[in-house]
Ligand binder design. Sequence first.
Ligand SMILES: Cc1ncc(COP(=O)(O)O)c(C=O)c1O
Length: 424
Amino acid sequence: MRSKEIYERGLKIIPKAAQTGLRSETHYPEPFIPETAYGCKIKDVDGNIYTDYHMAFGPIILGHNHPEVNEVVKEQIDKGVLFGAGMCELEVEVAEKLIELIPSAEMVNFVNSGTEATYHAIRLSRAYTGREKVVKFEGCYHGWHDYVAFNVNPPADKMGKIYPQSKGILKAAYDATLILPFNDSDAFKGLMAEHHDEIACVILEPIPHSVGAIIPTKEFLKTLRRETKTYGSLLIFDEIITAFRHNIHGVQEEFGVTPDITTIGKSMGNGYPIAAIVGKKEVMSMIHNGVLVSGTYSGHPSGLAATKKTIEIIERDNVIDYISKLGEEYRKALIDLIDDLNITARVIGYKSIFAIQFAEGEVKDYSSIVGIDKERFKRFAAEMRKRGVFFTPNPMKRCHLCLAHTENEMDEFLDAASEALKLV
Ligand SMILES: Cc1ncc(COP(=O)(O)O)c(C=O)c1O
């Protein structure tokens, strides 16, 4: 098996044989060494072909290796891979498009990853308000930097207290972070009443997909907006997963709440590295004007070319409608299957994202998720993989649909799931 050989070579010199932590889990139960990916299929070096629901943690919205996107990237790199000076027209074109689309966008700064985007958004909020503290919600992920690497998925006995996701985080970052349960307006109001003159910003995934899917109440989002406005703190929506995948204007449009700053990434470039901080002119104009934002590869022409084309296709082909409706069908069919099998499991999600969790009950916040049966999910993912269906065995994560998935893949998924669920 080439997969095993390559994995073992890698394991000696690459920590856990993965460049990013959660990818190491995708080696379970066998090494996963992908070689090619087209549409919704991914093939490994041993020739095994899987239908992919992982979609690289979400960016692939049009399908892997989309020919039209690749074409414009090739045209761009023929003109120049990286200029790294001044500003090219593509930066203006894509920024203009984002401002047209996203309600909170008045100015734009491009970076290469979501982590960079949330880092700068928070630093900007501190510079703008002259305050230091950040409010974040349990279950939300905003990248790996010290400002936010807390309480994404703490164990049950650590919930509600500051819980670092990593060793090596600055002590000062603990002190500057306030953790709250999602969807709890009263807890938020109480915190603001007590600490408002210290709070620089409130950051959240409007739909926390980093632990599957928690649907916000409109009332909660509106409370965040009202209170932050009252007390002069900035509201940051981290729409790295949700913008373009769920709504071309960001889910801020459908929930009717406009934040001060929005971070976007993932689906905007269909897999090319690109992210952005967008927001109010008054705040954004502090960038390069007192607030340091810097990056050799920021505004990379290949990512921008991919983004311009991806957005064009999303609009032209009604991609979001298609994948959202398909997601609804997957969820309905899976709920029926689970009912038929009479097992303890639930199906959660939103539009093109769905997740099966071995637990019961409504999902209101992270406390409804912490107790899911994790071992059972790992076995389920392994059985699905044996049947040609690939997603991460991480029980907190989710499946993503793309334009290339069809009802045929759904039927395959259901057949595989009906066998796998019986076995686990
Ligand atoms: C909501 C959210 N914010 C931020 C990030 C960090 O983005 P990146 O991995 O591009 O640094 C992620 C990545 O999964 C994310 O899901």
